[in-house]
Write a protein that binds this ligand. Structure first.
Ligand SMILES: Nc1ncnc2c1ncn2[C@@H]1O[C@H](COP(=O)(O)OP(=O)(O)OP(=O)(O)O)[C@@H](O)[C@H]1O
Length: 673
């Protein structure tokens, strides 16, 4: 049993992995865990082989005997939860048989390796489409046998709902219950779902419920064990009610790099709305002043750092021209200038149908990494209202923060943390430094049949769209399904218009059409289907091929806009050629894509675009493609360095404050009221 002292130890000390020392420690901080990976991999592989032999024996068992063995194993896990060495191989082998009988899926050796590595607290890198969902389920069941709550964290509501439903029969046969907590889950249902042995949810829901529980239990020490204790005994129950969670023991994170890196510093905030008043009037005033200012004349825009360059006195001069008698906030010169700067940021850096959509008279943030609308997310105080002023919708009131936590500190509160993703190698060192999670790369089950057709670069957006239309027509004529991936609602709609103009019928998946997600994904692998999707069809999306489509070459993915992180590009490529199926990927980019505009030095970018335009057949082969790839890697490197620096700054600030954290510049925050 973990003791209270366990809770007080740092996340690094809690891991099973031995801490490196001396020179070894230095190389670990630079290279992550890779230096030692082969040794661990060998052990885990040997263990998976033994599991496979056991599985073959257990496969002979009659249903009744299998059930008895499952009950016996559950009792052993309950009696000795921390003894993984004793029970892991037998336990996972039994669960593999359950998966075969209940789901018709017999876990491959590499899936058993993944499950074993997860149970031992590793972050596993498993290629996209290799079956992480099932591997995570085996470990979740094995851990839940201890009687302690196990949370499986998925990248979005759709995946949490899908996985909990598809795996229910497996958990029930293993003697466990499963629940799901999604954005629209009511309070009583949340309590019920967290009461189950395994709970599928998202990072946002788990963290928000943790914060709400803390508020409910005001005055009690914030500890998973205390929460569980309070719930079991009723001791220290706060008047507001009992906690809904049973403590933070096991977290298994799917798409771990998204939760642990991309979302890590987004603060999750529980807030309470304040009565309408000052902020709205002052924001409306600032927006009116900003509308009169001219970029390049009154102020300069720094696109790389996403900043407005203007002297404070200048800002005040503009702000003073506008009287707002009913807004007290506007009376303070420094506050006035700050609001005006926010208004300029809103105008220069936030575009409708890119960073947000307007839905039923409300500004709804679109999460760029997942392409999904985030109705509960707001930008920092003032910026959200500024966007509302810009769109001419009613301005929301100010709110008061009641509790906050970053995902980074939230995940560090779990007793046991492990995760899996197809794309972690670039961030393995950072994850090791931050969470003490070593990364292990699991080999593939079958060699990949993915055909990479390279990167083609065009000087302008129009030329790129034309090239996409030609490529799509050719594949479509053969009956191959095509998935075109891009970054924003705006570009998805405009490309669809272009393709329809070329006589191609296509289906769109974006933040505006999220209700049709399940249907669009289900049909995306059908013959001749053309699907245009934002990152909603990225991480975790499983596109199954219709019968006969594999003979046509499988799914063809066209990546049409590069992301700031190559990991997200690779997630899109990973929709093709899954589970040994054939498939192909081609990237068609233009020198006008936002990544290049923002992160390449402007003179260099213009020169590159000029050379492409001059060559006639631009950037699709030989030197042109090579040069384009250099530009791509350069821009992504700059973007990632900036993102990593900002994460470090937030971490330092958080360490300094010792609680909560401030807002990343221009960043959104999750709000749960
Ligand atoms: N042992 C197995 N036998 C047969 N099919 C399997 C097995 N394991 C998984 N699959 C199938 O493989 C497909 C991909 O699985 P899954 O979505 O879990 O992959 P993933 O690794 O999570 O991919 P991504 O990285 O894109 O999230 C699914 O259709 C799943 O049903």
């Amino acid at each position: 049993m973990p003791t209270p002292t366990d809770r007080q130890r740092t996340v690094h000390e809690r891991r099973r992995a031995p801490r490196p020392r001396g020179l070894d420690a230095v190389s670990h901080h630079i290279l992550g865990w890779f230096k030692r990976a082969p040794r661990h991999l060998k052990k885990i592989k040997a263990s998976a082989e033994r599991m496979d032999q056991l599985r073959q024996q257990y496969a002979e068992l009659k249903d009744g005997t299998l059930n008895e063995r499952l009950v016996e194993m559950r009792q052993r896990r309950r009696a000795n939860p921390s003894d993984v060495d004793e029970t892991l191989e037998e336990g996972l082998a039994l669960l593999a048989v359950v998966a075969h009988r209940e789901l018709g899926l017999s876990p491959y050796g590499v899936q058993l390796m993944t499950s074993a590595a997860l149970a031992r607290g590793f972050l596993t890198e498993v290629e996209t489409g290799e079956g992480k969902t099932l591997a995570l389920a085996l470990t979740a069941a094995y851990q839940a046998w201890t009687g302690r709550p196990c949370h499986v964290i998925t990248a979005n509501d759709y995946l949490a709902g899908r996985d909990a439903e598809q795996l229910e029969a497996f958990y029930i046969r293993a003697g466990l219950s499963v629940g799901r907590v999604l954005g629209d889950t009511t309070d009583p249902d949340r309590r019920r779902a967290y009461g189950r042995a395994v709970t599928y949810t998202t990072a946002k829901e788990a963290a928000a419920d943790y914060l709400r529980d803390r508020l409910r239990m005001q005055g009690l020490e914030e500890s998973g064990a205390r929460l569980a204790l309070a719930q079991m005994t009723g001791a220290g129950r706060a008047p507001q009610g009992e906690p809904v969670q049973r403590g933070l023991y096991f977290a298994l994170i799917d798409e771990a790099d998204n939760a642990l890196i991309d979302e890590a510093v987004t603060p999750l905030i529980i807030s309470r709305a304040l009565p309408a008043g000052q902020l709205e009037n002052a924001c409306a005033a600032a927006w009116k002043v900003a509308e009169r200012m001219v970029s390049g004349v009154d102020y300069e825009v720094n696109r790389v750092r996403k900043g407005i360059e203007i002297e404070l006195e200048e800002l005040e001069k503009f702000a003073m021209e506008y009287e707002v008698p009913e807004a007290l906030l506007w009376a303070s010169p420094s506050r006035r200038a700050e609001l005006l700067r926010l208004a300029l940021e809103a105008r220069e850096f936030f575009k409708k149908d890119v960073q947000y959509v307007v839905e039923e008279g409300k500004v709804v943030i679109v999460d760029e990494a997942t392409g999904r609308p985030m109705p509960m997310r707001t930008w920092r105080q003032g910026l959200h209202q500024m966007m509302e002023a810009k769109e001419g919708v009613p301005l929301s009131g100010a709110s008061e923060t009641m509790a906050r936590v970053s995902f980074q500190s939230f995940f560090c509160k779990y007793e046991n943390l492990a995760g899996a993703s197809g794309t972690v190698k670039e961030v393995a060192a950072e994850i090791w430094r931050t969470y003490g999670l070593p990364t292990l790369t699991i080999p593939r089950h079958l060699p990949s049949q993915r055909q990479s057709l390279g990167w083609h670069f065009y000087p302008s957006r129009d030329a790129k769209n034309q090239a996409i239309a030609i490529e799509t027509k050719a594949r479509h004529a053969r009956g191959q399904p095509i998935l075109i991936g891009l970054r924003s609602v705006e570009t998805s709609e405009s490309l669809a218009e272009h393709l329809v103009g070329e006589g191609l019928n296509c289906h769109i998946l974006n933040a505006r059409r999220h209700k049709e997600e399940a249907m669009t994904v289900m049909q995306a692998g059908h013959r001749s289907r053309i699907t245009i999707a934002t990152n909603m069809a990225g991480r975790g999306t499983d596109i199954r091929l219709e019968a006969g489509v594999a003979d046509l070459g499988g799914l063809h993915v066209i990546a049409s806009e590069p992301h700031e992180s190559a990991r997200v590009d690779r997630q899109l490529f990973g929709r093709a050629a899954r589970q040994g199926d054939p498939g192909s990927v081609l990237a068609i980019y233009s020198g006008e894509d936002p990544l290049f505009v923002r992160f390449l030095p402007s003179v260099l970018r213009r020169f590159w675009v000029w050379t492409m335009a001059r060559r006639g057949v631009p950037g699709s082969s030989g030197m042109g493609s090579f040069l384009g790839k250099v530009m791509l890697r350069w821009a992504q490197y700059r973007a990632q360095s900036l993102a990593s620096k900002s994460r470090r700054q937030v971490m330092l600030a958080e360490a300094e404050i010792g609680r909560g954290l401030g807002f990343a510049k221009g960043g959104a925050r999750q709000k749960a009221s």
